[in-house]
Design a protein. Structure first.
Length: 333
């Protein structure tokens, strides 16, 4: 029999759950417009590209044949096209209009006056029984119907992850969509709690600097760096609990030292004490590679997939009356 083990537990006070690659939560806007999120927070450094992303538009597909046209156009789930970069809006309209003419659909692509916040996208998914949406191109799955008043265990096996919700037998399984994982980790979080998530900003004003690699001992001697001393990180050197300016100074000095000679093989990690850092600290120390953190009045769980990156389908088991019985993320090939 396949081994099943517990990764931890989550709480979901809002009753609405978000499942996403935890490494991408720097994109999350909460109740704010996605236009307010600095593209630099998720790796966009080119100012031209950043302006294109910040100036993006959400589009709604409307008209008598909207559902059919949206399904056959097949760009994003449902009748909304989110986060279309400013430079691509006109071209998208042309392609959609051509698609409708070709198939005889009575449908239109209308620009929304305001961008739809990610929290609102969750509400819309939950209202239609669960589903997915894109967050700056990253697929996110969301659903409602979770208990608000108790913790829920998160269980894992070689086949994937399951969150048991209710005692009723499953009458059917409904596919909700895929999540795309680029950081080898999956996060399960309450939709309201994620409004308080700080991905890169330290919650205490402090940061760590860690380094490892073939030139580790040489670097440790050069900079007087002790073992990092964090659970699960044997062989890693660095400093913990530094002020952010001091941590940045030491990290930059390490990078400069490494780059001065090509033979120096060294990985340097700047780690501000953010919520992402907190949960990943637990993950690194855990024998099951999972950790939890309290955010916004809820317990959020992040776990490594054990499968690396990829696309992983999410489904909901429903009981005889349509009630939610379990949530599943499949790792099966």
């Amino acid at each position: 029999m396949e081994k099943i083990y517990e990764l931890g537990a989550i709480t979901c006070p809002s009753g609405e759950l978000v499942i996403v690659d935890g490494g991408h939560l720097g994109m999350w806007s909460g109740e704010r417009s996605p236009a307010e999120v600095d593209p630099g927070a998720f790796g966009v450094k080119d100012p031209v590209v950043a302006a294109d992303v910040s100036g993006a538009t959400d589009f709604a597909i409307t008209g008598p044949d909207a559902d059919t046209a949206a399904h056959s156009f097949d760009r994003q789930p449902g009748r909304m096209l989110h986060d279309i970069p400013a430079s691509q809006g006109a071209r998208l309209r042309e392609r959609f209009d051509a698609h409708c003419r070709e198939h005889g659909f009575d449908a239109r692509l209308e620009a929304c006056a305001e961008r739809v916040p990610h929290r609102e996208r969750v509400r819309r998914c939950a209202a239609r029984g669960g589903g997915s949406f894109l967050m700056h191109g990253v697929p996110v799955v969301a659903l409602g119907g979770l208990p608000r008043d108790r913790a829920l265990p998160v269980l894992a096996s070689g086949a994937g992850i399951v969150i048991p919700v209710g005692p009723a037998p499953a009458a059917k399984s409904v596919e909700l969509g895929d999540i795309r994982v680029d950081w080898a980790r999956v996060l399960f979080g309450d939709a309201d709690a994620l409004n308080a998530w700080q991905h890169d900003e330290p919650v205490d004003g402090l940061a760590d600097v860690a380094f490892w690699g073939a030139a580790e001992e040489e670097a440790a001697a050069e900079f007087g760096a002790p073992p990092l001393g964090e659970p699960g990180e044997d062989g890693v050197r660095g400093w913990t609990g530094l002020t952010v300016p001091e941590a940045m100074r030491r990290a930059c000095a390490l990078f400069d030292w490494k780059d001065a000679e090509s033979r120096r093989r060294l990985m340097v990690d700047f780690r501000p004490h953010s919520h992402h850092w907190q949960v990943m600290r637990e993950v690194r120390a855990s024998v099951v590679e999972a950790g939890t953190v309290e955010v916004g009045g809820a317990r959020v769980l992040c776990t490594m997939t054990g499968q690396g990156d990829g696309w992983f389908p999410v489904s909901a088991d429903l009981g005889p009356s349509g009630e939610l019985v379990a949530v599943r993320v499949s790792f099966a090939a």
